[in-house]
Design a protein around this ligand. Structure first.
Ligand code: FES
Length: 118
């Protein structure tokens, strides 16, 4: 069922969550991987699955080929670390990686895709 969220005065329809993979294919604790044809980086940190964009906002590095260090996803190209909750990095306060709403249920990972401009 679709949710309707009010932002300002215009009601906006949020996209349905999309099934990404079986739960058994999710990364193990302290690991990351690429999903959705390389568009998503999925991490398991502290037992929790988080989903962020796979393309590093610094210079496009594949975050899902990086690693987890001190609870953050570290880009394999230049080592910038990203908070999976906020998408922020200490390296540049103006750059953030996209954070996706996600849910593991019914044996699978579901992710809410970005809203399309209407
Ligand atoms: S491309 Fe990710 S830190 Fe440079």
């Amino acid at each position: 069922m679709e949710e309707i969220v009010e932002i300002g005065e215009e009601p906006t329809r949020m996209p349905e969550m999309v099934r990404i993979c079986d739960e058994k294919d999710l990364p193990k604790e302290g690991n990351v991987c690429e999903m959705a044809d390389g568009n998503l980086c999925v991490a398991r940190i502290g037992g929790r699955i988080s989903v962020i964009g796979n393309h590093c906002p610094h210079s496009g590095g594949p975050l899902g080929q990086g690693m987890v260090e001190d609870g953050k996803v570290v880009c394999p190209l230049h080592g910038w670390a990203f908070d999976v909750g906020t998408g922020a990095t200490d390296e540049d306060e103006d750059l953030r990686v996209r954070v996706f709403e996600s849910d593991v249920r019914d044996g699978a990972l579901f992710v809410r895709p970005p809203e399309r401009p209407s």
